[in-house]
Design a binder for this molecule. Structure first.
Ligand SMILES: [Zn+2]
Length: 347
């Protein structure tokens, strides 16, 4: 019988220590077993101090890009039994494996931004670990460019006869307080422009119905975060003894990792985003966008039909203004971003 990694159990601590050991084999990483407290509640019989793994690759700036999955598992069938089997191969060892692999790859060179690789715990008790890290990030005034939460990225078919190994879903919500939606749109654009045949399917929702993920506590604190998750979930395996490696599609997981890697590498090198991105409101057949940024800096100008959910066109521009001929502002949305950074919508 497979054990579990229930956050209430010593098995979670053992798993976290093992994973920290894996991260420590990467010489440039700073590895921390982050302690936080979980309080008594529906899925926490006894309040206690628990750990999660936070591995940091220092960059030349204070800005951070975070990627993560959750290390903990739960058995919801035999829920009173804290020793019930819960292998959690897909939910969410897939996200943790992806995170470790990205650390191995990204650590091979230096980046502008500081990269943070996280294996959350307490996810199955109500996003407790991600909430603890998001609160800490806020308290310590972290400058986070984006958070990629990978939760179930290793399964390409369900037992209902449906399969899709050609794309992965990215969930995001529209908000005034954070830019999750713009990060999602950027991931789609980046992936499409790279010519990747493996696609990104945007879902314009916070998460699936009645479900949650570790991106949400970050969004709540005002940071920019999205959830990455497979297209066809098999619900009978989730939170049971049946979430086993045998059901995994490792090629699919590798493709999901590539989407994350491309995004992280892009954000990790981007200059500061422009500010005061504005559309010139004078009447005309052309559209002029202005912004404030680095003198002589290079930027990417994006536009799309107002009814298109994704960026349709883009062009590299210089300076602090650009005009797109014969594209009318009245029926298009425009944005400007640093090269490789999340676009800022023009108002
Ligand atoms: Zn999960």
């Amino acid at each position: 019988m497979w054990p579990n990694r229930n956050t209430n159990n010593p098995t979670l601590t053992e798993a976290a220590e093992w994973l920290a050991g894996e991260f420590r084999q990467i010489p440039t990483l700073q590895v921390e077993l982050m302690k936080y407290r979980i309080e008594k509640g529906p899925r926490v019989p006894v309040a206690k101090e628990v750990v999660q793994v936070v591995a940091t690759l220092p960059g030349s700036t204070e800005r951070r890009v975070i990627v993560g999955g959750h290390l903990d598992t739960i058995n919801m069938v035999d829920r009173e039994n804290l020793n019930a089997s819960a292998p959690g191969a897909n939910d969410d060892a897939s996200g943790v494996a992806l995170t470790l692999e990205l650390a191995r790859i990204m650590a091979q060179r230096k980046w502008n931004q500081t990269l943070v690789f996280v294996a959350f715990s307490g996810e199955e008790q109500g996003l407790l670990g991600s909430a603890a890290l998001a609160k800490r990030a806020k308290a310590e005034n972290w400058k986070i460019d984006g958070v990629l939460s990978n939760d179930m990225v290793g399964n390409s078919r369900n037992l209902n006869g449906q399969s899709d190994n050609r794309q992965v879903r990215v969930f995001s919500e529209e908000s005034e307080t954070h830019s999750g939606r713009e990060l999602a749109r950027f991931i789609h654009w980046l992936n499409r422009e790279s010519g990747n045949k493996f696609g990104v399917k945007l879902v314009f929702r916070r998460d699936r119905f009645g479900r949650g993920g570790d991106h949400t506590p970050f969004n709540r604190e005002g940071f920019t975060a999205v959830r990455v998750v497979e297209v066809h979930e098999e619900y009978s395996r989730q939170h049971t003894a049946n979430d086993l490696p045998e059901a995994m599609d490792f090629e699919y997981l590798a493709n999901c990792a590539r989407v994350n890697l491309r995004t992280m590498a892009s954000l990790a090198q981007a200059a500061y985003p422009p500010s005061e991105v504005l559309i010139d409101r004078k009447q005309g057949h052309d559209t002029t966008v202005t912004w404030k940024g680095d003198l002589g800096g290079r930027y990417m100008l994006y536009w799309r039909d107002t009814a298109s959910p994704v960026w349709q066109f883009s062009r590299e521009v210089e300076g602090s203004a650009a005009t797109v001929e014969k594209v009318n502002k009245d029926d298009h949305v425009f944005a400007v971003g640093a090269i490789g950074g999340i676009p800022v919508e023009a108002k």
